[in-house]
Design a protein around this ligand. Structure first.
Ligand code: GLN
Length: 537
C-alpha cells in the first residue's frame, strides 16, 4: 500500500519546499523504494502554461505533454523518475473538472460546494497518481504558505485524507524558517510555533518540522520547537543554506530524516545507497576548472525562467569536473552587432534557449552568428534552433529576408512557419505540440554520436517548425538536418559538422538531464569547450 507524505510551508514563501520534497524522495529511492512526487498549486490557472515566466519561472514539460510547475523538474532530477499530468494539480484544474461535472448534471441536483465536492476532487487526484504509478511513497507538496486563503481547500482535503488512510499511512512535514536576529545573536522559533498553530487550527498536526536556517540550530532551540510544536525531538530537522541544492539530500540523511519518516509510517528502514550521490556532491564541491557559458534569452532577470537549462549545464559540467559560470545575456542588448561581440568576447559556450515572440530576436540571431563565425560551442533549444535556421538562411543560404511567421505574419520567406496541425487551433492553454515524440538521427552526425544511438525520444513545446519548402536550399548551403521526425516531415535537429559544437534542436533536452546522467547534447557542448581549452593549453 502506498504511504503518503504531505509537505507544507510556513512563515514565508520560497523556502525551497520543492527541493526538500525532492531530497526526501531521493533518500527513499536510495533505499530501493519507488517514489513519486506530486505538487498542488493553489492558483486558478488550469496549468502554468499560460503564465509569464517572469511570474512563475519555467514551465516544465512532462513526457505525456503536461505543462507543469518547475518543481516537477526538481522532482524528476532528484528522484530520477519521469512524472506526468497527474503529478501537478492546480485549483484551476480541480474547479474545471467539478464545474464540467456540474454542467453535465453528474451531481444529480446537489448544491456543489467546496466541501465535499472540491475536496473530493482533490483527494481523487491524489488517488489518480497512486493508481497510475503504484508507488511505495507518494510525496505531496502544497504550494504557497500556511494561512493563504487560496490553499485552504487543499489543506482541508489533506486533513480528511490523513484521517481516512489512518495513522501510520500518512505524515505531514511542515517546512518553516528560523530567522536570525543579529542584535541578540539568536535564531527565533516563534514564527514557526505560530505557523504550526495555524496548521493545527485547520486540523493538521505536523509530525516533522524542517527548519530553514542560516546558522546551526542549538539543541535548546530544537527542544523548544519539539515541545511547542508537539513533534519528537529527532523530527526537528535542520536545513541550512547550501552552495548546491544537490547537497540537501545528504544533509537530511545525516539527520536520519528518512528513518524518522519510515518509523512514523511503520516501514522497516533499509540501507541507503547514496554512494553515487556522495561522489556527485564531491565533484560539485571540488571543480577543477570553471567554464563561462552564456545564456542569451529574454527572461534573464529571473534565472528560474531557465532553471532546467541551468541545471543541465551544471550536470554536464559535473561530469567534466567543471563548474559552470553562467553569463546572462539579454538578447535585446545584442541587437547591435558590436555590442553583441563585446558581450560574447569572454564566453566559452553559448545557449540560446526557448521562448516566444519577436522581442530580442535580432539579438539572438547576432549571438548565433557570432558563435558560428567564431567557432564558439553553441546549443540552440526550440526557439534557439528556429533562430539558428533563420540566421543560416539569411547569412549563408542567401535568403536575405528569411524569417519566422511568429515574428512577421506576412514574412515573404517564412523558413519557420506555423505547423499545419496548429493552423486551426484556437486559444493558448495546452494547445501546442506538447510532450514526447520520437526523432531519428542521421548516422555519423554529431548528435547521433553524442546520444550513442539513432532513435531518440524528446519532449516538445512548440507551435512553429522548419518550413520544408526551404529545407533543400538551406541544407545545400551546408546546414545539416541531422534529426527528423520518423516520417521525415519535421526537422528536429540541425548542426554544422565542421564546427566544434554547433547543434540546435526543436525539442527541449533540458527536461531530461539528470545530475548523475547529463543530457548528451549538453554534454556535447561542455565536452567541446573542454577540448578547445586543452587544445589551447
Ligand atoms: N515560439 C516557438 C514556437 O512556438 C518556440 C517555442 C519554444 O521555444 N518553446 O514554436
Amino acid at each position: 500500500m502506498t504511504k503518503y507524505i504531505f509537505i507544507t510551508g510556513g512563515v514565508v514563501s520560497s523556502l525551497g519546499k520543492g527541493i526538500i520534497a525532492a531530497s526526501l524522495g531521493r533518500l527513499l529511492r536510495a533505499r530501493g523504494f519507488s517514489v513519486i512526487n506530486q505538487k498542488f498549486d493553489p492558483y486558478i490557472n488550469v496549468d502554468p502554461g499560460t503564465m509569464s515566466p517572469f511570474q512563475h519561472g519555467e514551465v516544465f514539460v512532462t513526457d505525456d505533454g503536461a505543462e507543469t510547475d518547475l518543481d516537477l523538474g526538481h522532482y524528476e532530477r532528484f528522484t530520477d523518475t519521469s512524472l506526468g499530468k497527474y503529478n501537478n494539480v492546480t485549483s484551476g484544474s480541480v474547479y474545471q473538472t467539478v464545474i464540467e461535472k456540474e454542467r453535465r448534471g453528474d451531481y444529480l441536483g446537489a448544491t456543489v460546494q467546496v466541501i465535499p465536492h472540491i475536496t473530493n476532487e482533490i483527494k481523487s487526484r491524489i488517488m489518480g497518481a497512486t493508481k497510475q504509478f503504484k508507488p511505495d511513497f507518494q510525496l505531496i507538496e502544497i504550494g504557497g504558505t500556511i494561512g493563504d486563503i487560496e490553499s485552504l481547500p487543499f489543506i482541508e482535503a489533506i486533513r480528511q485524507f490523513k484521517t481516512e488512510v489512518g495513522i501510520g499511512n500518512a505524515v505531514s512535514v511542515h517546512t518553516t524558517l528560523l530567522p536570525y536576529l543579529p542584535t541578540s545573536g539568536e535564531l527565533k522559533t516563534k514564527p514557526s510555533q505560530h505557523s504550526v498553530q495555524v496548521l493545527r487550527s485547520y486540523g493538521i498536526q505536523p509530525e516533522i518540522l524542517v527548519c530553514r536556517t542560516t546558522k546551526p540550530i542549538p539543541k535548546t532551540e530544537k527542544e523548544k520547537l519539539a515541545l511547542f510544536c508537539s513533534v519528537p525531538k529527532e523530527a526537528v530537522i535542520e536545513c541550512r543554506d547550501m552552495k548546491s541544492i544537490y547537497e540537501v539530500p545528504l544533509a537530511l540523511e545525516a539527520q536520519n530524516m528518512a528513518k524518522v519518516v519510515l518509523d512514523m509510517l511503520r516501514v522497516d528502514d533499509r540501507k541507503a545507497d547514496l554512494k553515487g550521490w556522495e561522489k556527485l556532491v564531491e565533484r560539485i564541491k571540488n571543480p577543477e576548472k570553471t567554464i563561462k557559458v552564456a545564456i542569451a534569452g529574454k527572461y534573464t532577470k529571473l534565472s528560474d525562467a531557465y532553471i532546467s537549462v541551468v541545471e543541465s549545464l551544471k550536470h554536464a559540467g559535473y561530469a567534466d569536473n567543471a563548474a559552470i559560470d553562467i553569463k546572462w545575456i539579454n538578447s535585446e542588448d545584442c541587437v547591435d552587432a558590436s555590442k553583441c561581440k563585446e558581450l560574447m568576447k569572454d564566453v566559452q559556450a553559448v545557449v540560446v534557449p526557448g521562448g516566444f515572440g519577436v522581442r530580442g530576436i535580432e539579438g539572438k540571431l547576432n549571438v548565433i552568428r557570432y558563435a558560428r563565425e567564431n567557432n564558439v560551442p553553441f546549443l540552440g533549444l526550440c526557439l534557439g534552433m528556429q533562430c539558428a535556421v533563420i540566421e543560416y538562411a539569411r547569412n549563408v543560404a542567401g535568403i536575405k529576408d528569411a524569417n519566422s511567421k511568429e515574428f512577421d505574419e506576412n514574412a515573404q520567406y517564412p523558413v519557420i512557419d506555423l505547423m499545419l496541425e496548429q493552423k486551426n487551433v484556437h486559444g493558448y492553454g495546452g494547445t501546442m505540440r506538447l510532450g514526447a515524440y520520437d526523432c531519428v538521427l542521421k548516422k555519423g552526425s554529431k548528435a547521433a554520436k553524442a546520444y550513442g544511438k539513432e532513435k531518440i525520444s524528446e519532449r516538445h513545446r512548440h507551435r512553429y517548425e522548419v518550413n520544408n519548402e526551404y529545407l533543400n536550399q538551406i541544407s545545400d548551403a551546408g546546414l545539416v538536418f541531422s534529426g527528423m521526425s520518423p516520417d521525415g516531415m519535421l526537422a528536429e535537429v540541425v548542426e554544422l559538422p565542421h564546427l566544434d559544437w554547433f547543434v540546435a534542436c526543436q525539442f527541449h533536452p533540458e527536461f531530461k538531464s539528470r545530475p548523475e546522467r547529463p543530457h548528451p547534447l549538453f554534454k556535447g557542448l561542455i565536452d567541446a569547450v573542454m577540448k578547445q581549452k586543452s587544445a589551447k593549453a
